[in-house]
Design a protein around this ligand. Structure first.
Ligand code: PHE
Length: 446
Protein backbone atom coordinates (compact mmCIF):
# COMPACT_ATOMS: atom_id res chain seq x y z
CA UNK A 1 0.00 0.00 0.00
CA UNK A 2 1.54 3.27 -1.11
CA UNK A 3 1.17 5.25 2.10
CA UNK A 4 1.43 2.34 4.46
CA UNK A 5 -2.21 2.68 5.48
CA UNK A 6 -4.50 -0.31 4.95
CA UNK A 7 -6.90 0.61 2.12
CA UNK A 8 -10.52 0.84 3.15
CA UNK A 9 -12.69 -2.05 2.00
CA UNK A 10 -16.37 -2.78 1.68
CA UNK A 11 -17.62 -4.20 4.95
CA UNK A 12 -19.38 -7.20 3.41
CA UNK A 13 -19.10 -9.24 0.23
CA UNK A 14 -22.44 -7.92 -0.85
CA UNK A 15 -21.22 -4.44 -0.05
CA UNK A 16 -19.58 -3.90 -3.38
CA UNK A 17 -22.56 -5.03 -5.42
CA UNK A 18 -24.85 -2.86 -3.33
CA UNK A 19 -22.64 0.18 -3.58
CA UNK A 20 -21.93 -0.32 -7.28
CA UNK A 21 -25.63 -0.86 -7.95
CA UNK A 22 -26.31 2.21 -5.83
CA UNK A 23 -23.94 4.13 -8.06
CA UNK A 24 -25.47 2.76 -11.26
CA UNK A 25 -29.13 3.08 -10.28
CA UNK A 26 -29.82 6.77 -10.04
CA UNK A 27 -31.33 9.70 -11.83
CA UNK A 28 -29.97 8.08 -14.98
CA UNK A 29 -32.58 5.35 -14.75
CA UNK A 30 -35.64 7.23 -13.58
CA UNK A 31 -35.09 10.74 -14.87
CA UNK A 32 -32.68 10.50 -17.80
CA UNK A 33 -33.61 7.17 -19.41
CA UNK A 34 -37.32 7.97 -19.99
CA UNK A 35 -36.72 11.41 -21.39
CA UNK A 36 -33.86 10.35 -23.65
CA UNK A 37 -36.00 7.43 -24.85
CA UNK A 38 -38.86 9.86 -25.46
CA UNK A 39 -36.64 12.15 -27.49
CA UNK A 40 -35.27 9.28 -29.54
CA UNK A 41 -38.44 7.61 -30.69
CA UNK A 42 -39.23 4.94 -28.09
CA UNK A 43 -39.02 1.16 -28.52
CA UNK A 44 -36.28 0.95 -31.18
CA UNK A 45 -34.07 3.06 -28.94
CA UNK A 46 -34.74 0.80 -25.97
CA UNK A 47 -33.71 -2.32 -27.91
CA UNK A 48 -30.54 -0.67 -29.06
CA UNK A 49 -29.83 0.46 -25.52
CA UNK A 50 -30.17 -3.02 -24.05
CA UNK A 51 -27.89 -4.50 -26.71
CA UNK A 52 -25.24 -1.86 -25.97
CA UNK A 53 -25.48 -2.51 -22.24
CA UNK A 54 -24.66 -6.18 -22.57
CA UNK A 55 -22.28 -6.17 -25.53
CA UNK A 56 -20.25 -3.12 -24.53
CA UNK A 57 -21.27 -1.99 -21.05
CA UNK A 58 -20.79 -5.29 -19.27
CA UNK A 59 -17.31 -5.97 -20.69
CA UNK A 60 -16.15 -2.42 -19.96
CA UNK A 61 -17.49 -2.70 -16.43
CA UNK A 62 -15.47 -5.87 -15.87
CA UNK A 63 -12.43 -4.12 -17.30
CA UNK A 64 -12.79 -1.19 -14.91
CA UNK A 65 -13.40 -3.28 -11.82
CA UNK A 66 -10.46 -5.57 -12.47
CA UNK A 67 -8.08 -2.67 -13.08
CA UNK A 68 -9.19 -0.96 -9.88
CA UNK A 69 -8.99 -4.07 -7.75
CA UNK A 70 -5.51 -4.83 -9.04
CA UNK A 71 -4.12 -1.33 -8.53
CA UNK A 72 -6.02 -0.45 -5.33
CA UNK A 73 -5.99 3.18 -6.39
CA UNK A 74 -8.13 5.98 -7.84
CA UNK A 75 -8.68 6.31 -11.61
CA UNK A 76 -5.50 8.30 -12.34
CA UNK A 77 -3.34 6.32 -9.93
CA UNK A 78 -4.55 3.08 -11.44
CA UNK A 79 -3.42 4.03 -14.94
CA UNK A 80 -0.12 5.32 -13.57
CA UNK A 81 0.55 2.13 -11.65
CA UNK A 82 -0.51 -0.31 -14.36
CA UNK A 83 1.23 1.39 -17.29
CA UNK A 84 1.85 5.14 -16.98
CA UNK A 85 2.62 7.39 -19.96
CA UNK A 86 -0.24 9.00 -21.88
CA UNK A 87 -2.72 6.49 -20.41
CA UNK A 88 -2.86 8.67 -17.34
CA UNK A 89 -4.88 11.10 -19.47
CA UNK A 90 -7.74 8.60 -19.49
CA UNK A 91 -7.80 8.78 -15.72
CA UNK A 92 -7.81 12.57 -15.77
CA UNK A 93 -10.61 12.69 -18.27
CA UNK A 94 -12.55 10.47 -15.85
CA UNK A 95 -11.98 12.84 -12.93
CA UNK A 96 -13.11 15.72 -15.16
CA UNK A 97 -16.23 13.81 -16.17
CA UNK A 98 -17.06 13.09 -12.53
CA UNK A 99 -16.66 16.77 -11.78
CA UNK A 100 -18.94 17.84 -14.62
CA UNK A 101 -21.62 15.21 -14.04
CA UNK A 102 -21.89 15.89 -10.33
CA UNK A 103 -22.14 19.64 -11.00
CA UNK A 104 -25.52 19.26 -12.72
CA UNK A 105 -26.51 16.05 -10.97
CA UNK A 106 -26.64 18.08 -7.77
CA UNK A 107 -29.10 20.46 -9.40
CA UNK A 108 -31.52 17.66 -10.30
CA UNK A 109 -30.89 16.07 -6.89
CA UNK A 110 -32.09 19.32 -5.35
CA UNK A 111 -35.33 19.12 -7.35
CA UNK A 112 -36.24 15.97 -5.44
CA UNK A 113 -36.42 17.96 -2.17
CA UNK A 114 -38.85 20.39 -3.69
CA UNK A 115 -41.01 17.55 -4.99
CA UNK A 116 -41.00 15.60 -1.72
CA UNK A 117 -42.21 18.69 0.09
CA UNK A 118 -44.66 19.90 -2.56
CA UNK A 119 -46.32 16.50 -2.73
CA UNK A 120 -48.15 17.62 0.40
CA UNK A 121 -48.44 21.30 -0.45
CA UNK A 122 -49.99 21.86 -3.85
CA UNK A 123 -48.31 19.51 -6.31
CA UNK A 124 -51.26 17.10 -6.34
CA UNK A 125 -53.73 19.91 -6.94
CA UNK A 126 -51.59 21.15 -9.83
CA UNK A 127 -51.38 17.62 -11.23
CA UNK A 128 -55.13 17.05 -10.98
CA UNK A 129 -55.77 20.33 -12.81
CA UNK A 130 -53.39 19.35 -15.63
CA UNK A 131 -50.98 22.04 -14.46
CA UNK A 132 -47.97 19.88 -13.56
CA UNK A 133 -46.03 21.34 -16.49
CA UNK A 134 -46.60 24.89 -15.32
CA UNK A 135 -45.73 23.94 -11.79
CA UNK A 136 -42.40 22.59 -13.01
CA UNK A 137 -41.75 25.60 -15.24
CA UNK A 138 -42.45 27.99 -12.39
CA UNK A 139 -40.20 26.07 -10.05
CA UNK A 140 -37.13 25.89 -12.27
CA UNK A 141 -37.28 29.54 -13.26
CA UNK A 142 -36.73 30.51 -9.62
CA UNK A 143 -32.96 30.16 -9.67
CA UNK A 144 -32.38 31.19 -6.07
CA UNK A 145 -34.57 28.39 -4.80
CA UNK A 146 -33.08 25.84 -7.21
CA UNK A 147 -29.54 26.74 -6.15
CA UNK A 148 -30.50 26.63 -2.48
CA UNK A 149 -31.83 23.10 -2.90
CA UNK A 150 -28.78 22.12 -4.90
CA UNK A 151 -26.62 23.34 -2.00
CA UNK A 152 -28.66 21.26 0.41
CA UNK A 153 -28.30 18.16 -1.75
CA UNK A 154 -24.55 18.65 -2.07
CA UNK A 155 -24.27 19.12 1.69
CA UNK A 156 -25.86 15.71 2.22
CA UNK A 157 -23.55 14.13 -0.36
CA UNK A 158 -20.49 15.70 1.26
CA UNK A 159 -21.55 14.57 4.72
CA UNK A 160 -21.75 10.92 3.62
CA UNK A 161 -18.49 10.79 1.63
CA UNK A 162 -16.82 12.63 4.52
CA UNK A 163 -17.36 9.57 6.69
CA UNK A 164 -15.65 7.20 4.28
CA UNK A 165 -16.45 3.90 2.66
CA UNK A 166 -17.57 2.28 5.90
CA UNK A 167 -20.91 0.72 6.56
CA UNK A 168 -23.20 3.71 6.05
CA UNK A 169 -23.60 3.56 2.29
CA UNK A 170 -23.90 -0.20 2.24
CA UNK A 171 -26.72 -0.34 4.76
CA UNK A 172 -28.58 2.46 3.04
CA UNK A 173 -28.51 0.69 -0.29
CA UNK A 174 -29.59 -2.60 1.16
CA UNK A 175 -32.85 -1.24 2.52
CA UNK A 176 -33.69 1.55 0.15
CA UNK A 177 -32.94 -0.03 -3.21
CA UNK A 178 -35.53 -2.83 -2.73
CA UNK A 179 -37.96 -0.16 -1.55
CA UNK A 180 -37.51 1.74 -4.77
CA UNK A 181 -38.10 -1.41 -6.74
CA UNK A 182 -41.38 -2.27 -5.01
CA UNK A 183 -42.65 1.24 -5.41
CA UNK A 184 -41.87 1.15 -9.12
CA UNK A 185 -43.94 -2.01 -9.48
CA UNK A 186 -46.92 -0.39 -7.74
CA UNK A 187 -46.64 2.67 -9.94
CA UNK A 188 -46.51 0.56 -13.09
CA UNK A 189 -49.85 -0.99 -12.19
CA UNK A 190 -51.36 2.47 -11.74
CA UNK A 191 -49.85 3.84 -14.91
CA UNK A 192 -50.73 1.02 -17.31
CA UNK A 193 -54.34 0.96 -16.07
CA UNK A 194 -54.92 4.66 -16.74
CA UNK A 195 -57.47 5.25 -19.50
CA UNK A 196 -55.52 5.89 -22.69
CA UNK A 197 -52.37 4.11 -21.53
CA UNK A 198 -52.28 1.81 -24.58
CA UNK A 199 -50.76 4.39 -26.89
CA UNK A 200 -47.87 4.89 -24.50
CA UNK A 201 -47.27 1.17 -24.27
CA UNK A 202 -47.17 0.98 -28.05
CA UNK A 203 -44.66 3.82 -28.20
CA UNK A 204 -42.51 2.05 -25.65
CA UNK A 205 -42.83 -1.49 -26.98
CA UNK A 206 -43.42 -1.39 -30.74
CA UNK A 207 -40.15 -0.58 -32.44
CA UNK A 208 -40.01 1.67 -35.46
CA UNK A 209 -36.47 1.17 -36.71
CA UNK A 210 -36.79 3.94 -39.27
CA UNK A 211 -36.37 6.31 -36.32
CA UNK A 212 -32.77 5.23 -35.68
CA UNK A 213 -30.11 7.71 -36.79
CA UNK A 214 -26.44 8.24 -35.98
CA UNK A 215 -27.51 10.59 -33.22
CA UNK A 216 -29.86 7.99 -31.76
CA UNK A 217 -27.01 5.51 -31.57
CA UNK A 218 -24.82 8.02 -29.78
CA UNK A 219 -27.64 8.87 -27.38
CA UNK A 220 -28.09 5.16 -26.58
CA UNK A 221 -24.37 4.67 -26.08
CA UNK A 222 -24.09 7.75 -23.88
CA UNK A 223 -27.07 6.62 -21.84
CA UNK A 224 -25.57 3.14 -21.41
CA UNK A 225 -22.30 4.56 -20.08
CA UNK A 226 -24.03 7.13 -17.92
CA UNK A 227 -26.43 4.66 -16.41
CA UNK A 228 -23.80 2.04 -15.63
CA UNK A 229 -21.43 4.70 -14.22
CA UNK A 230 -18.80 3.71 -16.78
CA UNK A 231 -16.03 5.42 -18.72
CA UNK A 232 -14.87 7.74 -15.94
CA UNK A 233 -13.19 5.47 -13.43
CA UNK A 234 -16.07 5.16 -11.01
CA UNK A 235 -15.94 1.38 -11.21
CA UNK A 236 -12.13 1.56 -11.05
CA UNK A 237 -12.44 3.48 -7.80
CA UNK A 238 -15.15 1.23 -6.33
CA UNK A 239 -13.23 -1.84 -7.53
CA UNK A 240 -10.20 -0.59 -5.63
CA UNK A 241 -12.05 -1.23 -2.35
CA UNK A 242 -13.10 -4.71 -3.49
CA UNK A 243 -12.12 -7.85 -1.70
CA UNK A 244 -9.56 -10.01 -3.54
CA UNK A 245 -11.73 -13.12 -3.63
CA UNK A 246 -14.93 -11.53 -4.95
CA UNK A 247 -16.04 -12.89 -8.32
CA UNK A 248 -15.88 -9.93 -10.69
CA UNK A 249 -17.90 -11.37 -13.64
CA UNK A 250 -20.77 -12.21 -11.30
CA UNK A 251 -20.76 -8.90 -9.47
CA UNK A 252 -20.63 -6.91 -12.72
CA UNK A 253 -23.50 -8.96 -14.18
CA UNK A 254 -25.66 -8.31 -11.14
CA UNK A 255 -25.05 -4.60 -11.39
CA UNK A 256 -25.86 -4.52 -15.12
CA UNK A 257 -29.07 -6.52 -14.73
CA UNK A 258 -30.34 -4.49 -11.78
CA UNK A 259 -29.58 -1.23 -13.49
CA UNK A 260 -31.28 -2.23 -16.73
CA UNK A 261 -34.33 -3.53 -14.92
CA UNK A 262 -34.89 -0.31 -13.04
CA UNK A 263 -34.54 1.74 -16.24
CA UNK A 264 -36.98 -0.42 -18.20
CA UNK A 265 -39.48 -0.41 -15.34
CA UNK A 266 -39.33 3.38 -15.13
CA UNK A 267 -40.35 3.53 -18.77
CA UNK A 268 -43.42 1.48 -17.94
CA UNK A 269 -44.41 4.06 -15.37
CA UNK A 270 -43.70 7.11 -17.49
CA UNK A 271 -44.87 6.37 -21.04
CA UNK A 272 -48.41 5.10 -20.44
CA UNK A 273 -48.94 8.17 -18.27
CA UNK A 274 -47.40 10.55 -20.81
CA UNK A 275 -49.90 9.48 -23.44
CA UNK A 276 -52.82 9.13 -21.04
CA UNK A 277 -52.37 12.77 -20.04
CA UNK A 278 -51.69 14.00 -23.56
CA UNK A 279 -48.12 15.07 -22.76
CA UNK A 280 -45.24 15.17 -25.22
CA UNK A 281 -42.79 12.21 -24.90
CA UNK A 282 -39.95 14.30 -26.33
CA UNK A 283 -40.47 17.07 -23.76
CA UNK A 284 -36.96 16.80 -22.33
CA UNK A 285 -35.46 17.09 -18.90
CA UNK A 286 -38.73 17.88 -17.11
CA UNK A 287 -40.54 14.77 -18.36
CA UNK A 288 -40.47 12.68 -15.18
CA UNK A 289 -41.17 15.67 -12.98
CA UNK A 290 -44.25 16.58 -15.01
CA UNK A 291 -45.62 13.12 -15.73
CA UNK A 292 -45.42 11.53 -12.33
CA UNK A 293 -47.29 14.21 -10.38
CA UNK A 294 -50.09 13.83 -12.92
CA UNK A 295 -50.16 10.07 -12.25
CA UNK A 296 -50.02 10.46 -8.48
CA UNK A 297 -52.85 12.97 -8.49
CA UNK A 298 -55.05 10.22 -9.98
CA UNK A 299 -54.35 7.81 -7.15
CA UNK A 300 -56.04 7.53 -3.78
CA UNK A 301 -53.54 8.77 -1.22
CA UNK A 302 -51.61 10.32 -4.10
CA UNK A 303 -49.75 12.80 -1.94
CA UNK A 304 -48.25 10.00 0.10
CA UNK A 305 -47.22 7.97 -2.92
CA UNK A 306 -45.75 11.06 -4.46
CA UNK A 307 -43.83 12.00 -1.33
CA UNK A 308 -42.53 8.47 -1.02
CA UNK A 309 -41.54 8.24 -4.65
CA UNK A 310 -39.55 11.47 -4.63
CA UNK A 311 -37.94 10.43 -1.38
CA UNK A 312 -36.72 7.25 -3.02
CA UNK A 313 -35.66 9.18 -6.10
CA UNK A 314 -33.62 11.31 -3.75
CA UNK A 315 -32.00 8.20 -2.28
CA UNK A 316 -31.23 6.79 -5.72
CA UNK A 317 -29.69 10.13 -6.68
CA UNK A 318 -27.77 10.30 -3.43
CA UNK A 319 -26.04 6.93 -3.78
CA UNK A 320 -24.97 7.87 -7.31
CA UNK A 321 -23.82 11.34 -6.32
CA UNK A 322 -21.78 9.80 -3.52
CA UNK A 323 -19.92 7.67 -6.06
CA UNK A 324 -19.28 10.70 -8.25
CA UNK A 325 -17.78 12.67 -5.38
CA UNK A 326 -15.82 9.61 -4.26
CA UNK A 327 -14.11 9.38 -7.68
CA UNK A 328 -12.90 12.96 -7.43
CA UNK A 329 -11.94 12.72 -3.75
CA UNK A 330 -10.11 9.39 -4.07
CA UNK A 331 -7.85 11.12 -6.59
CA UNK A 332 -6.94 13.93 -4.22
CA UNK A 333 -6.57 11.55 -1.28
CA UNK A 334 -4.33 9.03 -3.08
CA UNK A 335 -2.30 11.37 -5.26
CA UNK A 336 -1.91 14.49 -3.12
CA UNK A 337 -2.25 12.86 0.29
CA UNK A 338 -5.14 15.14 1.20
CA UNK A 339 -7.17 13.98 4.14
CA UNK A 340 -10.59 12.61 3.29
CA UNK A 341 -12.20 15.47 5.19
CA UNK A 342 -10.36 18.15 3.27
CA UNK A 343 -10.98 16.44 -0.08
CA UNK A 344 -14.73 16.04 0.40
CA UNK A 345 -15.39 19.54 1.67
CA UNK A 346 -13.13 21.41 -0.75
CA UNK A 347 -14.09 19.47 -3.86
CA UNK A 348 -17.76 19.27 -2.86
CA UNK A 349 -17.95 23.05 -2.61
CA UNK A 350 -16.10 23.64 -5.87
CA UNK A 351 -18.36 21.21 -7.70
CA UNK A 352 -21.41 22.91 -6.23
CA UNK A 353 -20.18 26.26 -7.56
CA UNK A 354 -19.50 24.81 -10.99
CA UNK A 355 -23.11 23.56 -11.02
CA UNK A 356 -24.67 26.99 -10.57
CA UNK A 357 -24.71 27.85 -14.31
CA UNK A 358 -26.62 24.60 -14.90
CA UNK A 359 -29.20 25.73 -12.36
CA UNK A 360 -29.42 29.22 -13.80
CA UNK A 361 -29.60 27.86 -17.36
CA UNK A 362 -32.99 26.30 -16.57
CA UNK A 363 -34.47 29.77 -17.00
CA UNK A 364 -33.63 29.47 -20.69
CA UNK A 365 -31.26 32.44 -20.52
CA UNK A 366 -27.96 30.61 -20.77
CA UNK A 367 -27.39 28.48 -23.84
CA UNK A 368 -24.34 26.67 -25.17
CA UNK A 369 -24.48 25.50 -28.79
CA UNK A 370 -28.26 25.88 -28.77
CA UNK A 371 -28.73 23.76 -25.66
CA UNK A 372 -29.54 24.78 -22.10
CA UNK A 373 -26.34 24.86 -20.06
CA UNK A 374 -27.30 21.72 -18.13
CA UNK A 375 -28.03 19.81 -21.33
CA UNK A 376 -24.75 20.96 -22.86
CA UNK A 377 -22.76 19.85 -19.79
CA UNK A 378 -24.61 16.53 -19.85
CA UNK A 379 -23.93 16.08 -23.56
CA UNK A 380 -20.22 16.75 -23.13
CA UNK A 381 -19.89 14.31 -20.24
CA UNK A 382 -22.27 11.55 -21.28
CA UNK A 383 -21.91 11.53 -25.05
CA UNK A 384 -18.26 12.53 -25.36
CA UNK A 385 -16.13 11.93 -22.26
CA UNK A 386 -17.73 8.69 -21.07
CA UNK A 387 -17.77 6.85 -24.42
CA UNK A 388 -14.20 7.94 -25.16
CA UNK A 389 -13.12 6.92 -21.66
CA UNK A 390 -14.75 3.53 -22.23
CA UNK A 391 -13.03 3.20 -25.60
CA UNK A 392 -9.58 3.71 -24.12
CA UNK A 393 -10.26 1.49 -21.11
CA UNK A 394 -11.30 -1.31 -23.48
CA UNK A 395 -8.21 -0.81 -25.64
CA UNK A 396 -5.97 -0.74 -22.60
CA UNK A 397 -7.30 -3.96 -21.14
CA UNK A 398 -7.60 -5.73 -24.49
CA UNK A 399 -4.15 -4.95 -25.90
CA UNK A 400 -1.83 -4.02 -23.05
CA UNK A 401 -3.17 -5.69 -19.97
CA UNK A 402 -4.96 -8.82 -21.22
CA UNK A 403 -2.90 -11.44 -19.40
CA UNK A 404 -3.18 -9.66 -16.07
CA UNK A 405 -6.85 -8.98 -16.71
CA UNK A 406 -7.56 -12.66 -17.27
CA UNK A 407 -5.87 -13.51 -13.98
CA UNK A 408 -7.74 -10.78 -12.17
CA UNK A 409 -11.28 -11.74 -13.28
CA UNK A 410 -10.68 -15.41 -12.50
CA UNK A 411 -8.97 -14.73 -9.17
CA UNK A 412 -5.73 -16.26 -10.48
CA UNK A 413 -7.63 -19.20 -11.93
CA UNK A 414 -9.51 -20.10 -8.75
CA UNK A 415 -12.89 -19.08 -10.12
CA UNK A 416 -12.94 -19.70 -13.87
CA UNK A 417 -15.00 -17.49 -16.16
CA UNK A 418 -16.09 -19.22 -19.37
CA UNK A 419 -16.32 -16.05 -21.43
CA UNK A 420 -12.84 -14.73 -20.68
CA UNK A 421 -11.64 -15.13 -24.28
CA UNK A 422 -14.71 -13.42 -25.72
CA UNK A 423 -14.40 -10.68 -23.16
CA UNK A 424 -10.83 -9.90 -24.19
CA UNK A 425 -11.77 -9.82 -27.88
CA UNK A 426 -14.66 -7.50 -27.17
CA UNK A 427 -12.21 -5.20 -25.41
CA UNK A 428 -9.73 -5.48 -28.27
CA UNK A 429 -11.95 -5.07 -31.31
CA UNK A 430 -15.71 -5.02 -30.84
CA UNK A 431 -16.06 -2.31 -28.21
CA UNK A 432 -13.46 0.10 -29.66
CA UNK A 433 -14.81 -0.21 -33.21
CA UNK A 434 -18.43 0.10 -32.13
CA UNK A 435 -17.77 3.04 -29.81
CA UNK A 436 -15.52 4.77 -32.35
CA UNK A 437 -18.03 4.34 -35.14
CA UNK A 438 -21.04 5.41 -33.09
CA UNK A 439 -19.16 8.39 -31.73
CA UNK A 440 -17.98 9.65 -35.10
CA UNK A 441 -21.34 9.17 -36.80
CA UNK A 442 -23.17 10.67 -33.81
CA UNK A 443 -21.21 13.91 -33.98
CA UNK A 444 -21.68 13.97 -37.75
CA UNK A 445 -18.14 13.13 -38.88
CA UNK A 446 -19.05 9.87 -40.63
N1 PHE B 1 -25.13 5.97 -13.01
C1 PHE B 1 -25.65 7.13 -12.35
C2 PHE B 1 -27.12 7.26 -12.71
O1 PHE B 1 -27.64 6.47 -13.45
C3 PHE B 1 -24.89 8.37 -12.74
C4 PHE B 1 -23.41 8.20 -12.66
C5 PHE B 1 -22.63 8.34 -13.78
C6 PHE B 1 -22.82 7.89 -11.43
C7 PHE B 1 -21.27 8.15 -13.74
C8 PHE B 1 -21.43 7.71 -11.38
C9 PHE B 1 -20.67 7.83 -12.51
O2 PHE B 1 -27.79 8.15 -12.27
Amino acid sequence: MSNGVEREQWASKLGFVLAAAGSAVGLGNIWRFPYITGQNGGAAFVILYVILIFVIGYPVMMAEISMGRKAELNAVGTFKKLRGGPWVLVGWSGIAAGFIILSYYGVIGGWTFKYIFSSFTGLMEAGAAGEAGNFFGGFVSNTVQVVGLQALFMAVVISVVYKGIGEGIEKYCKILMPGLFILLLVLIVRSVTLPGAGEGLAFYMKPDFSKLTGETFLAALGQAFFSLSLGMGCMITYGSYLNKDSYIPGAAAQVCVLDTMVAILSGFVIFPAVFAFGLEPGAGAGLTFVTLPSVFSQMPGGAIWSGLFFLLLFVAALTSAISLLEVVCAYFIDEFKWTRHKATVVMGIIIFLVGIPSAYGLTGNLKVAGKDFLDAADFLASNVLLPLGGLFIALFVGWLWADEAKKEVTNQGDTPFGLTGIWIWICRIVAPVAIGYIFLSGIGVL
